[in-house]
Design a protein around this ligand. Sequence first.
Ligand code: NAD
Length: 474
Amino acid sequence: METNTIDNIDLTKLFDKQRKRSHELRTESIKKRKERLRKLKKWVLDNRSKIQEALYKDFKKPHSETDLTEIATILLEINHNLSKVDEWARNERVDGHITFLGSKAYVQYEPKGVCLIIAPWNYPFQLMLNPLISAIAAGNTAILKPSEITTNNAALVSEMVNELFDESEVAVIEGGVQVTTDLLELPFDHIFFTGSPNVGKIIMQAAAKNLTSVTLELGGKSPVIVDESANLKDAASRIAWGKLLNNGQTCVAPDYMLVHSSIKDKLVDAIKEEMIKQFGEGVDDFQKSDSYARIVNDRHYERLSSIIEDSINQGFDILYGGKTNSDDRFISPTIIDGFDGRLAEDELFGPVMGLKTFDNLDEVVEIVNSKPKPLSLYVFSRRKKNKKFLLDRLSAGTVAINDTVQQQSHPNLPFGGVNNSGIGKSHGKYGFLAFSNEKAVLVQRSGLTNISMLRPPYGKAKKIIDLFINLILK
Ligand code: NAD
């Protein structure tokens, strides 16, 4: 393999070191994996304020939001892995079959080997560590590539990994596109990528060169559907919270609303009320609120501001908000009465939402199905028939009925998208499986077996083969 160097770090050498270590890890006890997870847990608990500080510096993420969405999530995931990994890692016997009489068969969950984990900037700590927990639980080594946009977080992740792990087990390589491109040259055993669908395609293309398996946790436009039977107070409070968490920069954030025409005004009023209740007395208070994060950088601020401007130019009413301030990349919660152009095409990834009304659910199905399959689908309804109608017709990675965002933190549900919103699943057992090879093992009996009677010369075996097809395979 050619030598591949970044800032004096010889990537090929590092990779080879991890490859060697990964072979040793294959025979290590689960107890050792748990020790690593406990070490990680202790560091997160001991360094809570450092994590809060790094994310506040990166995009004014409120400390309590960091507690809830970066620290608590990680601790829950570690605890879940600690209590379940023995069970997940155990060989799993499969049912016997008449054609295999006398044999036994099982699945052995073996570590994939050396893994690359690439994280985005929006939940920069959690989305770097969550897959690492699964990688460790499944017995792998890992090279981590945090997002270069949230620089304070990237430095902290490096500090943590340097303190806790030998680089042969876990290492961090910081940097942007070039660094990731160099890393992607290496023949990893698995790549776990979280980020945008566009970059996901680049990752998958690079992985194909080495036939490396991938988990792609991507994004897209997640719709919220509110029918005429919905509890509007609940819907408003859950939509407002899910949309403004992390300033709307959440992969599973509600992206646009499809609302039954008979309840549009009531719902919009209720959402405004909820937003104000959560963040202050009026639109200007959002900027003063220490519970309201900021847009991560100028590029994203400009992108969102211009989507608002385009919508105004298209003649759409701003039902709420629309205030921006470039000094601290502030965009107020904004609801736009319209759904066209970039508002309808791009993943918004900020506190801006388009709205379109419908009169029957067929219209909803047509709109959602005309777009790439979303990461999340939200349905607010009290009608069983309506919920079933939509669930049967709309594909999505994850769904919440009468809630937003929460589905992704359920420990026993898989998390991930479908096609454009992702490939593969993560969290809990599904994360463990993403980093494991399900090795199929057949243990045959000695002497005569069913299959050995079917071997050539076929003249002699013909009668048994006929019997086999007629009796067993019919
Ligand atoms: P991004 O795709 O721009 O970047 C993600 C990572 O890829 C970063 O580490 C970056 O350095 C690297 N990267 C960027 N361009 C690259 C290139 N050309 N070649 C190789 N590597 C490259 O995503 P982002 O802006 O950091 O995050 C936002 C996106 O991530 C949104 O689409 C969001 O929905 C998605 N997301 C998905 C999930 C999920 O779990 N499904 C979670 C969070 C964010």
